[in-house]
Design a binder for this molecule. Sequence first.
Ligand SMILES: [Zn+2]
Length: 415
Amino acid sequence: MVTVSEAVDLLLRGAHLPDREGLADIAIAGERIVAIDTAGRPARRTIDLGGRLVTPGLVESHIHLDKALLTDRISATAGTLDEAIRLTGEAKQAFTADDIQARARRVLDLAVRAGTTAMRTHVEVDPLVGLTGMEAMLPLREEYAPALDLQICAFAQEGIVQAPGTEGLLRRALTMGADLIGGCPYNDRDGVEHIRIVFALATAFGVDADFHVDFADEPEHLHVREIAAQTVRAGWQGRVAVGHVTELAAVPGFRQDEIIAEIAAAGLGVICLPATDLYLMGRKDDGNTRRGLTPVRRLLQAGVPVALASNNIRNPFTPVGTADLAHMAFLAAVAAHMGTPADLRALLAAITLHPARLLRLPDYGLAVGCRADLVVWDCARPEDAVATLPPRTLVVKRGRVTIEARHEVTETWRA
Ligand SMILES: [Zn+2]
């Protein structure tokens, strides 16, 4: 414990916090928050925030670093999911570890500057790319550790049953040090068997699982029900996340409630990927074009943790992207019809508290005893973090300042 007379390492003075009236100081010693109050105390470094908003660090729960930034080498023409998988599969065969690392570093740098302090990345492991993605990503986990906790998910994008050899490669990826395993039953000949193999590996290695699932306009798979059932059977409640889940939006409300009850009972977390899902879904609609997002509001109301994540950064799956999670919350506000102040605060939680729960980050949050992973926004109200996409002026990782940004604007036209 730190006493008042003892100098703390870092004092962030005059902060607005999401769940607190008025201003407070955040005192940090070592890598932890030791006080949130107005007592005033000596510190080795004091930074006056001038009433700016402080939140816990942003948590990117779903991103593909290995296939980011491909739009300068692949030209999509149809803009469909099938084309994105085909073109990226072709490009992937020419990937080298150096190439993957160079592109991944560019995205990691963007994310860190935007206040991201933890991230889960999917790394494709299959007969096309082999273990090159794993070899590229494992050293980056160490390289970026001072700024960000990186979870590496060994991911079967090309299927398992329909891509012989993948199961063995996934096993090797987990042995090499992947943090968890990722499945993609919508892109396999036998989705149920695919899910069974992923759970067999998850339980054998004692790791969490994360699925790309039900990624279509019509409810043609609804594999999430099988995932919920296998989660309960394996006793893996709280350790499984599902991304996309757009088919859930395509069934009537009463059916959504039934399936959401299964999701909640299995302790699944849902990851909504607005940039990709809005881009790829609803393309076949001729009028009444659907937006193709999982029903975020209904899931949140049922108590399911819902994260918003980036998924793809400038490739055929999603041709735009900045690795700034605030953009995903901004996009979801529009696309999921969540614009009231309470809605916007809920979306801020979907890039901080909810993904932290899905990634099971220990000691995460804005409370005494939590690790000091913090981001300072150039606004005072939490809803404005989503509504106005303010610059991040300061980022703290484990109590140490990692990013300081000054945004200067000179309006020379006024002179
Ligand atoms: Zn993805």
